[in-house]
Design a protein around this ligand. Sequence first.
Ligand code: BEZ
Length: 210
Amino acid sequence: MTVRLGDIAPDFTAPTTQGEIKFHDWLGDSWGVLFSHPKDFTPVCTTELGYVAKIKPEFDKRNVKVIGLSVDSVESHEKWEADIGETQGTPVNFPMIGDPDRKVADLYDMIHPNANDTLTVRSVFVIGPDKKVKLTITYPASTGRNFDEILRVIDSLQLTAKYKVATPVNWKDGNDVIIGSAVTNEEAEKLFPQGWTTVKPYLRVLPQPK
Ligand code: BEZ
């Protein structure tokens, strides 16, 4: 199944390293990041999981729950997590879905047969509190993801969910933002009484609302 932006994230029940979860119930009112790993006991995945464990407080601060998946069993994940703790300096502090029958991987289209017909690609899904998919990213197995970028996008998603703004190229939290193109100047005067800079009629810049 192809999962697209704006779709309701498919719900599922699955075993994890922290017990069985029903995905939507587990998400509750939080944001969520669901990300897949091609296989247990592989080097790139080991570094990714260690890094996500290290920066988990950053996800917590943003009210985001993180959950990993690979098409191996929970028992295998538990053995692998011992290696991750040993080599990456942080125990894995979020659940990992066991998916040996590829139920969740198929539901989220994480197996791309022309890349590899048994392992998942490196998928990332960011899900909002409304359970809708806000971001999808797909990396090949050979390239580790940049989870700082995922935090940056979450900052943009959370800001633009709250204010009628958009974030420009390479934006980071605290930088200037852009008034959304659907917002008329008349509406903008009400929304942003502090004013903005008109670079072009379609490019209106203002400090990030707080
Ligand atoms: C890795 O995590 O290192 C990896 C996994 C599958 C294929 C290639 C690399």
